[in-house]
Design a protein around this ligand. Structure first.
Ligand code: NAD
Length: 499
């Protein structure tokens, strides 16, 4: 954005993409807020179970159409490359739209748009190099294992990073030859609809992508239960994920779940403290803490605890809070006033349980901020045991709980004492110790001397109540496919058993 440029919100058409057609849905309208002001940005049509049915039926027809079904992989890849180009060409408007709707800073939303474009390009390339397997025969035949599309994929995404999480599902699912019906989160449907319009304009055959804004309990539920949906890929909270897993069990349908976290960040006594302070601050307070992998539990070696906490608190107090469209801002508003209130209640609980609020713990008193915005100051709490609710439950906001540890056994016991297992961070100069520790931490991703770095080529997933299955990486193509084994007999004589 040019310096001094006034950034204004441009509404998008109030239509959903349902079975190849842009139209108003059958449900009532929903309001989409600007979390920095609490004002309504625009209304968006809400889809219902009837729309889910229309979308799924169109998707079934689209995957069976020879124009898509028989398309050779390298030609299918071209659709993904065109989508990547279209996203890149619209970076500015997509980033701005997502920033206005989620409150995230433009730097963050621009990075998410770039990541979405990269995801489509990566899965196009992965598809072009996705080999079928020739397996080792145990007789006079040739055997191979081939991959076929599942059919219709139901994709359900949360509000925190919509364009990136949408792309992580749509790109591999289309690459594998499926159709996708996407249900974005109630609070943040705008960028998903804008993405759908771009994809539609690239000429993707009708019906292969539907985007159904609306309530999870209505259209999301209808999508998951629909008998013709062959797989669900879900990113969101653990409670919702568990509900969907029950439905999947009833249908005997595969489901992948990317769920919540309460990730430990660990500072060992030999860490580069300058790096560790900045890394911990970034790991929890970027995206206002609304990140599944946020390093929300900090464990610091007791010998350096006081010094480290003092430095961390000083750095945190310097963070610039404000609207995500202001170039100097580091911490935007939370996504919605009601979510801000939920985060505030956790900090109140920390106080009641005897925790010390080392910084933050309140709405900022800044006259330049709209009082109706969903503001909350970056907050550090300590003085609580790891068993406290604020140390165990996902707050999903700018709240860090800090705890000291004494020795690696104590550290491992505390760090793994969580129902979650999404990510972990280790700050140390000793890579041998870091690798030893990484093997003992129950987490899907461990960052060493860095945090919240993502590569589309590196698989991502959680353990324990943080999820089931992995996204990203070449293996994701297999995750959206069914394997079929073929035997080609090579014997020239009739089978002697029948004689
Ligand atoms: P959520 O579970 O409330 O909602 C997620 C999505 O599920 C939304 O689209 C919602 O409408 C839909 N939904 C809700 N009930 C449903 C139902 N009964 N049937 C079908 N769909 C339903 O989560 P949220 O509040 O939107 O997002 C925050 C959560 O997402 C946090 O727990 C966060 O950790 C998690 N998350 C995880 C990852 C990951 O990769 N592991 C990434 C981002 C966010």
């Amino acid at each position: 954005m040019a310096v001094g440029e006034t950034l204004v919100f441009e509404p998008i058409p109030d239509e959903a993409l349902i079975g190849g057609h842009w139209k108003q849905a059958s449900g009532p309208c929903g309001q989409v807020l600007n979390p920095a002001t609490g004002a309504v940005l625009q209304t968006i049509t809400q889809t219902t179970d009837a729309d889910a049915d229309t979308a799924v039926r169109a998707a079934v027809a689209a995957v069976a159409d020879p124009a898509w079904r028989d398309l050779l992989p390298h030609r299918r890849a071209h659709y993904l490359y065109r989508i990547a180009d279209a996203i890149e060409g619209a970076t500015k408007s997509l980033a701005l739209l997502q920033s206005f709707n989620t409150g995230k800073t433009l730097a963050e939303t621009s990075a998410l748009v770039a990541s979405a474009a990269g995801t489509f390009r990566y899965f196009g390339a992965a598809l072009e190099t996705f080999d079928q397997d020739l397996t080792t025969p145990r007789g006079d035949y040739l055997t191979m294992s081939t991959y076929e599309p599942i059919g219709v994929i139901g994709a359900i995404t949360p509000w925190n990073s919509p364009i990136a999480s949408d792309a992580q599902k749509i790109a591999p699912a289309l690459a594998a030859g499926n159709a996708v019906v996407l249900k974005p989160a109630e609070w943040t449907p705008l960028v998903s609809l804008a993405l759908a319009r771009l994809i539609d304009e690239t000429g993707l055959p009708q019906g292969l992508l539907s985007v159904l804004p609306g309530k999870g309990s209505v259209v999301g539920d209808a999508l998951v239960r629909h008998p013709w949906v062959g797989k669900v890929t879900f990113t969101g909270g653990t409670r919702t994920g568990r509900t969907l897993a029950h439905v999947a069990a009833e249908k005997l349908m595969p489901i992948s779940l990317e769920l919540g976290g309460k990730s430990p960040t660990i500072v060992l006594d030999d860490a580069d403290l300058d790096q560790a302070v900045n890394g911990v601050v970034y790991g929890i307070f970027s995206s206002s803490g609304q990140s599944c992998v946020a390093g929300s539990r900090l464990f610091v070696d007791a010998s350096i605890y006081d010094e480290f906490l003092d430095r961390l608190v000083a750095k945190t107090r310097e963070l610039r809070v404000g609207p995500g469209q202001r170039p100097d801002v580091q911490v935007g508003p939370l996504v919605h006033p009601s979510h801000r209130d939920a985060v505030g209640r956790y900090v109140d609980l920390a106080r009641e349980e005897g925790g010390r609020i080392r910084c933050g713990g309140a709405v900022p008193e800044d006259p330049t901020l709209d009082p109706a915005g969903a503001w909350y100051l970056p907050t550090i709490v300590d003085g609580l045991p790891n068993s406290a609710r604020v140390c165990q439950e996902e707050i999903f906001g700018p709240v860090l709980v800090a705890l000291p540890f004494r020795g690696l056994d104590d550290l491992i016991a505390q760090a793994n004492d969580s129902v979650y297992g999404l990510a972990a961070g280790i700050w140390t100069r000793d890579y041998r110790r870091a690798l030893w520790l990484s093997r003992r931490l129950q987490a899907g991703t461990v960052w060493i001397n860095t945090y919240k770095q993502f590569s589309i080529s590196t698989p991502f997933g959680g353990v324990k109540e943080s999820g089931l299955g992995v996204e990203k990486g070449r293996a994701a193509l297999a995750g959206y496919s069914r394997q079929k084994s073929l035997y080609l007999g090579l014997e020239s004589e009739p089978n002697s058993w029948a004689d």
